[in-house]
Design a protein around this ligand. Structure first.
Ligand SMILES: [Zn+2]
Length: 82
């Protein structure tokens, strides 16, 4: 017991400096960073728009109740939004 268990895990010091697996890891890290930047940028722009008051609920011109931008027809009164 103990001879076959390496803990803490051996670091990459005994591996070749550049291995295919390491390159894949780098590519994955870059992709994760890009994804995080893209998501963060979208969130930041959305928050900025809400703060500037550019996002307002769409209201039906007939009944005045809030509707959805995705539906042309009001779901309250059934008429097309102006
Ligand atoms: Zn309506």
């Amino acid at each position: 017991m103990g001879c076959f268990v390496h803990w803490p895990p051996v670091s990459g010091a005994d591996r070749p400096p550049v291995s295919p697996g390491r390159l894949v890891g780098v590519v994955q890290n870059v992709a994760e960073v890009l994804l995080a930047v893209a998501v963060g940028g979208m969130l930041a722009s959305a928050v900025a728009r809400v703060r500037r008051g550019q996002v307002r609920p769409v209201r039906c011109g007939h009944c005045g109740r809030p509707g959805s931008r995705a539906y042309v027809r009001c779901r309250h009164c059934g008429r097309d939004r102006p």
